[in-house]
Ligand binder design. Structure first.
Ligand SMILES: *Cc1c(COP(=O)(O)O)cnc(C)c1O
Length: 229
């Protein structure tokens, strides 16, 4: 774990350099999918508080094992309708809302004794058939109905661009997302404050384009087993 953490901190310096503005702090979401609770606890001891998970059953087990620690859990994986009840109950954030119907269910099922669920809309920024998410031109139609929901709080946009791209192309994709967010803020007179973009392979580009939250798995924990996402 220690060498990996060192790699992360080296990366943080790189990030600060690339961001090149007295930067808004970029939040690190540690993506702990497939990693055991013991490794998550080590990162917690090092000061990390926000953790991202993709698979509901795996996440719930880990949350139980780590229930004594004060962590913020983010759901970042694909969402089937029959999973929204548990997701709305056991997470503080959902980054992967890709249909209006999912936002409505999360809103209806969020327990009333909890603060509103923070959500980001996932955008299929490079219009890939294999990826989920809203297309950019669909966004204007869903913002209003989502803003009307009381138990979810729209915080921003999330995207996973194509993988095999140059830094330049990565930046173009992230810029599309950042521009879309700015346009939404202007048209709806709101202040979405979260751009969830950047993973181990493209975090530099994401931060250069204004990411406020990078979702990092491999660069912190090391490679995942091949047959996992
Ligand atoms: C797995 C995953 C990540 C982390 O990816 P790494 O390349 O390991 O940093 C980030 N976001 C989402 C949505 C993921 O599924």
């Amino acid at each position: 774990m220690l060498p990996l953490l060192r790699r992360y901190f080296a990366q943080k310096e790189l990030i600060a350099h690339l961001a090149n503005k007295n930067a808004l702090p970029v939040k690190l979401l540690a993506v702990s999918k497939t990693r055991p609770a013991s490794e998550v606890a080590v990162l917690y001891k090092a000061g990390q508080r926000d953790f991202g998970e993709n698979y509901l059953q795996e996440a719930l087990k880990k949350q139980q094992l780590l229930a004594h620690l004060d962590m913020t859990w983010h759901f970042i994986g694909p969402i089937q309708s029959n999973k929204t009840r548990d997701i709305s109950r056991y997470f503080s954030w959902v980054h992967s809302v890709d249909r209006l119907k999912i936002a409505v269910r999360l809103d209806q099922q969020r327990p009333v004794n909890l603060a509103p669920l923070n959500i980001c809309l996932q955008v299929n920024i490079d219009e890939e058939e294999t990826k989920s998410g809203f297309y950019l031109d669909e966004l204007p139609n869903v913002i209003e109905p989502i803003l009307a929901l009381k138990n979810v709080r729209l915080r921003g946009l999330m995207a996973i661009p194509k993988v095999d791209k140059s830094i330049h192309e990565q930046r173009l994709s992230f810029k599309k997302l950042a521009d879309a967010q700015e346009k939404i803020n202007q048209s709806f007179d709101i202040k979405l404050d979260t751009l969830s973009m950047g993973m181990s392979g493209d975090l530099e580009a994401a931060i250069a384009e204004g990411s406020t939250m990078v979702r990092i798995g491999t660069a912190i924990f090391g490679e995942r087993a091949k047959n996992t996402v």
